[in-house]
Write a protein that binds this ligand. Structure first.
Ligand SMILES: [Zn+2]
Length: 419
């Protein structure tokens, strides 16, 4: 069998992952009658099922679905699978740092031959990039960082709520992340348990599709939720943030910039082609270049869950916040040991800017994750409470276009269902 064909097979969104989603959806639907299913519970299920790990046969090879464990490193992974450690030592600084970004509970695949020897391994770094290790000859392995291949599709959802917001969406669309995303958008204003039969939700979104299946999280361009006489709107502006129908910011829990800095030396990116190195790059955070010793402050209220050395990140702090968010502060010169393991308020000094780990100059690497996926911190740092001038004009034009389409779509839907 050709390597390329195998790669395509392995590259596919793993079967077990689909099984997991199918299982969750079934359970969600079954539990609808209990009417108390929460997304928290569903997430827990996902973790439990994923942690079991699964294996299945692909031709004469065995495909193992594995879960990246907490604290697991690429070096440890290579050792455990008797792969050459040079694959790790040949990585450049940027790549080495990326490997310490692999989130625990990431699902990855190993393809083994009949002798149990690794033929290929695919380890996602984020939604856009993955590590691809493959055997080229006896004991001869190559490691590359490749983009995940997928298509995007513009999609629309118009739905009358029947019982529970999230389960209705999952049942209607087969798209669990969409339900999570929409719930997140309205959670500030809407008590989901109080929604009534006949309340309406409309969404326009861009969906990734991989090997014919929904993949990853979607970009929600517009969402409307009508409950009783009230209608809530969420529209994505060009700055990557959501605003209401008047162009007012919807971020209630805005994160602060964690330190004083001279300039942003590196912005956030999930995938960028480096034209000189001829390699794909990702940067899971924002680099703030500044003076050594500058106080670093907690970007939001939360609990300090990690304080220590972390691979290429050097001295690192991780804080867990409510709503599934975590922030990471790296390359510190020293810690404020008094906050170790403690709850801290937004603005509390947790450490000091430095140059530890793999760092090309004094800076703070600031990372933000939501449900263990890296997101762009710039989206959550709110400097403007409302849009003004040209940005507001452009936003309102966009909003009104979507609003018109949404109204037409709900009328169409109501005519169909006779409601
Ligand atoms: Zn960085």
């Amino acid at each position: 069998m050709k390597i390329t064909a195998l790669y395509e097979q392995l590259n596919m969104k793993s079967r077990s992952e689909e099984k997991v989603y199918a299982c969750i959806q079934k359970r969600v639907i079954n539990r609808r009658r209990n009417s108390k299913v929460s997304l928290k519970w569903i997430c827990l299920m996902l973790v439990v099922v994923l942690n079991q790990g699964l294996a299945y046969q692909l031709y004469n090879n065995i495909v193992e679905d594995k879960v990246w464990k907490r604290g697991e490193t690429l070096l440890g992974f290579l050792e455990e699978n008797r792969l050459p450690l040079s694959l790790y030592y040949n990585l450049d600084d940027n790549e080495e740092k990326l490997t310490s970004d692999i989130q625990s509970s990431t699902l990855y695949q190993i393809l083994r031959d009949q002798n149990g020897e690794v033929r290929q391994a695919l380890i996602p770094l984020n939604e856009e990039l993955q590590i691809h290790i493959y055997r080229e000859g006896e004991g001869n392995y190559t490691l590359s960082i490749d983009p995940v291949r997928y298509q995007t599709r513009k999609m629309a959802l118009a739905l009358d709520i029947r019982k529970i917001f999230s389960t209705d969406i999952v049942e209607h669309t087969d798209n669990f992340p969409l339900a999570v995303g929409l719930e997140q958008l309205f959670t500030k204003d809407v008590a989901f348990e109080k929604l009534k039969k006949g309340d309406k939700v409309v969404a326009y979104y861009t969906q990734k599709v991989r090997m014919g299946k929904f993949y990853g999280t979607q970009k929600i361009d517009f969402a409307m939720l009508k409950t009783g006489k009230k209608t809530y709107y969420r529209t994505l502006a060009d700055d990557g943030k959501y605003y209401d129908e008047k162009g007012r910011s919807l971020e209630h829990s805005s994160f602060i910039v964690p330190c004083k800095y001279r300039r942003i030396s590196s912005p956030f990116t999930l995938k960028r082609w480096h034209p000189i190195l001829h390699k794909y790059r990702a940067h899971h955070g924002i680099d703030y270049a500044g003076k050594i010793g500058t106080p670093i402050r907690a970007a939001y209220d939360g609990k300090v869950i990690f304080m220590g050395r972390k691979g290429g990140y050097g001295n690192t702090i991780v804080i867990r916040h409510k709503g599934g968010y975590k922030t990471l502060y790296a390359h510190l010169s020293r810690f404020n040991n008094r906050v170790r393991g403690k709850y801290v308020k937004k603005g509390t000094i947790i450490g000091f800017l430095g140059n530890s780990g793999m760092s090309t100059g004094p800076h703070l690497h600031f990372g933000l994750s939501l449900h263990d996926r890296w997101i762009n911190p710039a989206r959550k740092i709110v400097l403007t409470k409302a849009l003004h001038g040209k940005a507001r004009e452009a936003f309102l034009t966009k909003f009104h276009r979507y609003q018109k389409r949404a109204t037409a779509l709900t009328e169409e839907e109501s005519a169909k269902t006779g409601g």
